[in-house]
Design a protein around this ligand. Structure first.
Ligand code: ZN
Ligand code: ZN
Length: 424
């Protein structure tokens, strides 16, 4: 039996792990890499090629670094099952379609099309938290990963060896989601993400309060609070925080892919923590679709929740073009800004710089940490609770360092390289 790391090994992006028992072959995730620590990559980087004689694909969640290359397998002729949650399927559909659109605009090579996505959908098997299913002789348990709506961890029982693939995880509760569900079964091998293996997040409560204060102050100064959010998870989280702090008495606008993402997330209310509140907020906010509407709403004070989270595109760019000189307005970045992204450049230089634009931003810019990833302490707590015989550290910029630290704490730990086979 072995695991082969096709991507997401000593890096963040293009996650993919093949598990081969000699009889069954399953693939955990198959994503692409759009950004790296040096900045945005011109065209997405791909996971290593895998032989199509797979028994199943197990998809942890919708983010493109996990789902972004799954349709390519169907493009190449794979016709086996894809196991994931209904939320993940619906969310990945909009993210994948967007990635096809971007590939066309930017002239990137096209590795799949909408026809391949249809093939993929024909082979979907919808699973949910707490479910147990079989792939050949393998028993697979499905656990809530707490990361974004629909995200799961897989526990695979291969007889002699039991293993866990964490995908991306969040241990503590957020406004939108419950933290991950602890793995109760015995585990020999734990493949764990380590995005924040080297640092902790600031206390969540403080960050929420800071967000509420910035928004309130801006509106009291007759300004517009522009909240740049990732469409999936973050926009909904921010809507709930606005409600929690009574800011829903002000006009709130929702714009960009966040609208469809919220709609999908509300289709499966049992997976989120406060479905009623989110539903109320969704109906209350004004949905914005056109530049004409955008130009109209910025004439009055209000709160705009919009994509993209790193300012690399989406309606937020239009708003910034119009509002950047207005000192009464504020721009809040609510997610991690990868080096090289327009958001990171703005935080570092005070300037908005893209291929099409370059201007100084005079409205106040803030960064709020509302991460959907476990911080270092959460990761350590999780690893301790799973109590595996061996830890395989992946999905991080400093996998080797974190793995060494785990070793120093007494764990048998290793950070596999991309392309490496690990016998188990
Ligand atoms: Zn993720
Ligand atoms: Zn990820």
């Amino acid at each position: 039996m072995y695991l082969k790391f096709l991507g997401g090994a000593r890096e963040v992006g293009r996650s993919g792990v093949l598990f081969d028992t000699g009889k069954e072959r399953i693939l955990f995730d198959y994503g692409i890499k759009i950004v790296n620590s040096e900045g945005p990559i011109k065209e997405p980087q791909l996971p290593m090629k895998v032989n199509l004689n797979l028994d199943a694909i197990l998809l942890s969640h919708a983010h493109l670094d996990h789902s972004g290359f799954v349709p390519n397998l169907y493009h190449r002729g794979y016709r086996g099952p894809l196991y994931t949650t209904a939320t993940t399927l619906d969310l990945s559909r909009i993210l994948l379609k967007d990635s096809i659109k971007i590939a066309r605009i930017k002239n990137y090579p096209e590795h799949f099309n909408t026809k391949d996505m249809k093939e993929m959908e024909k082979n979907e098997f919808r699973i949910t938290y707490g479910q147990y299913f079989h792939v050949g002789r393998l028993g697979v348990g499905v656990y809530d990963a707490g990361h974004i709506p629909g995200s799961v961890m897989f526990h695979v029982d291969a007889g002699d060896k039991k293993l866990v693939y964490s995908g991306d995880i969040k241990v503590n509760d957020t406004e939108l989601l419950r933290g991950l569900e602890p793995i109760r079964e015995n585990t020999d091998i734990l493949m764990v993400e380590s995005t924040y293996g080297e640092r902790d997040h600031p206390p969540r409560e403080d960050q929420e309060k800071k967000l509420a204060e910035v928004v309130k102050e801006t509106l009291e100064n007759e300004g517009i609070a522009l909240l740049a959010c990732f469409a999936v998870g973050r926009a909904q989280e921010v809507l709930l925080i606005l409600k929690k702090f009574g800011l829903d008495k002000y006009p709130i606008y929702l714009d960009g892919m966040a609208i469809d993402a919220t709609k999908i997330i509300l289709k499966y209310p049992e997976l989120i923590k406060h479905p009623k509140q989110l539903k109320k907020m969704y109906h209350k906010v004004t949905k914005i679709h056109k530049n004409k509407e955008r130009d109209k709403i910025i004439k009055e004070p209000g709160i705009i929740v919009t994509t993209s989270g790193m300012l690399n595109g989406g309606p937020v760019v239009h708003y910034l073009e119009k509002l950047h000189d207005n000192e009464n307005c504020s721009l809040v970045l609510t997610g991690f800004q990868v080096p090289g992204s327009a958001g990171r450049i703005l935080l570092d230089t005070g300037k908005f710089v893209t291929e099409e634009n370059e201007f100084k931003v005079n409205c106040k810019t803030h960064f709020i940490d509302l991460s959907a990833h476990a911080g270092r302490e959460e990761l350590l707590k999780y690893i301790k609770s799973v109590d595996p015989k061996k830890v395989l550290v992946m999905h991080g910029d400093q996998c080797e360092k974190f793995s060494q630290e785990l070793k120093d704490m007494g764990y048998d730990s290793y950070a596999p390289k991309r392309g490496e086979k690990v016998e188990i």
